[in-house]
Each structure stands twice: as structure tokens, then as C-alpha cells.
Design a protein. Structure first.
Length: 115
């Protein structure tokens, strides 16, 4: 299993970024995918979940209405569109999958929101 995130960077408050997570090593289209984030000095926070076919999504209250999770099963990729970014969104963002009792994580992509 391999998960590779990309798309992070430095963005000004109220700006937007789109994160991608390219997956391989498993049947991507049959699994729920999740995004998490880890900010300095804070515990890891779940951000969003998307069902296997992309019609079911859930979001943390902290990002609801600003972030959108989506997936392209033909490309084995899950996305996180982040709008109206705030300084509190600064974190390393990770995609995650659970295969049975084993949890897999990517290496993460840094998102920094600052003027």
C-alpha cells in the first residue's frame, strides 16, 4: 500500500488549495478514504471521509462548508479542496486508509496559512 500526498504549500488567509493523494497497492475503488491533519502542538485531527463510490462524505465541524473531499476512482486519487483557509488550518495533511485492522498513512503534505 502506498499513499502519496501532494498540493500543499503556503497560502494567504482566505485563499484556497487542492490536495491530492495518489493511492496504489490495493483496490482503491472499494475502500473508504480519509484525510487527517496534524498541527504543531495539537493532536491529530480527523478532517473528512469519503465513501468508496464518492457519494457519501463527512466533515469535521472545523472544516464543514469550507473543505470538500472527492475522489476519482479511475485515477486512484482522493482530493481535498480547501477554501476560505484560516491560520488554524496550518498543519501537515495526511490521507489514510484502513485495511482490516491495519491503518496506512501517506508521508503528508504541509499546508501553511499565513500572510
Amino acid at each position: 500500500v502506498q499513499l502519496v500526498e501532494s498540493g500543499g504549500g503556503l497560502v494567504q488567509p482566505a485563499g484556497s488549495l487542492r490536495l491530492s493523494c495518489a493511492a496504489s497497492g490495493f483496490t482503491f475503488s472499494t475502500y473508504v478514504m480519509r484525510w487527517y491533519r496534524l498541527a504543531p502542538g495539537k493532536e491529530r485531527e480527523w478532517v473528512a471521509t469519503i465513501g468508496s463510490v464518492g457519494t457519501s462524505t463527512n466533515y469535521a465541524d472545523s472544516v464543514k462548508g469550507r473543505f470538500t473531499i472527492s475522489r476519482d476512482n479511475a485515477k486512484n486519487t482522493v482530493y481535498l479542496q480547501m477554501n476560505s483557509l484560516k491560520s488554524d488550518d496550518t498543519a501537515v495533511y495526511y490521507c489514510q486508509i484502513s485495511l482490516g485492522l491495519t491503518h496506512y498513512w501517506g508521508q503528508g503534505t504541509q499546508v501553511t496559512v499565513s500572510s
